[in-house]
Ligand binder design. Structure first.
Ligand SMILES: [Zn+2]
Length: 256
């Protein structure tokens, strides 16, 4: 499986994947860089997978469809306004179907938006704006309860899963994570590695196992994280969901 990030806008990645004789892209917010890449590599585009309706994830669909004939699969959301085969995914269990010889798994992960899909292809997780390296998506339509549940569902995937978020937010998220957990040695070491990687190019993909160990939004069940969030927010934290809710609010207000 060959996976390439195509940069778009300020900090988006449109992920292009070639496998089993299939070429597909996830969340093409802009057609032009995708078409340029296809032309350079002499590739034909077969499919487009969408995670959610935001313009920076879908605005290239129309032009790509017209010039390549690719078919689009995405969430059932009238706000998409592009021709699309709609998936009614489940929040508890991955659904599996075939695209040619490729096995495709899809899960409903509401929270950033409702609906929002996550795509899992052969050990590679394309999670849109749900999970970022050392962070998670903002709450637009959804609730903290929904996003917390969605992230927990993603964390059930194997630790060696490679995670491909749609934005290069890693170093900004690192600053916030270190603001919350300044003494966390594992986070510090992971952060240094990511900073070095960013000097050479994208920090993504990342390993889900490392995110589970270091991303504060995936560690809201840890007493250490709960204590840190209580300290920073000045509010009592009794459980993982309260911790997650306050942590998301702290991040929204953080000016690092
Ligand atoms: Zn979004």
């Amino acid at each position: 499986m060959d996976i390439t990030p195509i940069p778009a806008f300020d900090d988006n990645y449109i992920w292009l994947l070639q496998t089993a004789g299939i070429t597909l892209v996830i969340d093409p917010g802009d057609a032009q860089p995708v078409l340029a890449h296809l032309q350079t590599k002499g590739l034909a585009l077969d499919h487009i997978l969408l995670t959610h309706f935001h313009y920076d994830h879908v605005d290239g669909v129309q032009a790509l469809t017209e010039s390549t004939g690719a078919t689009t699969i995405g969430p059932a959301d009238p706000r998409l306004r592009v021709p699309c085969e709609e998936i009614q995914a489940n929040t508890e269990q991955w659904q599996t179907f075939g695209l040619g010889n490729l096995e495709v798994n899809v899960l409903s992960v509401p929270g950033h938006t409702v609906p929002h899909l996550a795509w899992y292809l052969n050990g590679h997780l394309f999670c849109g704006d749900t999970l970022f390296s050392l962070g998670c998506g903002r709450l637009f339509d959804g609730t903290a309860t929904q996003l917390h549940h969605s992230l927990q569902q993603l964390c059930r995937l194997p630790d060696d899963t490679l995670v491909y978020p749609a934005h290069e937010y890693t170093l900004a998220n690192l600053r916030f994570a270190l603001h919350i957990l300044p003494d966390d040695a594992a986070l510090q070491a992971y952060g240094e590695k990511l900073q070095q990687r960013r000097q050479r190019g994208p920090t993504l993909p990342v390993l889900l196992g490392e995110e589970k160990r270091c991303n504060p939004f995936l560690r809201c069940d840890e007493p250490m994280v709960q204590q840190a969030v209580a300290l920073r927010s000045g509010q009592a934290v009794h459980n993982a969901l309260e911790c997650f809710t306050l942590l998301r609010q702290l991040k929204d207000r953080f000016r690092g």
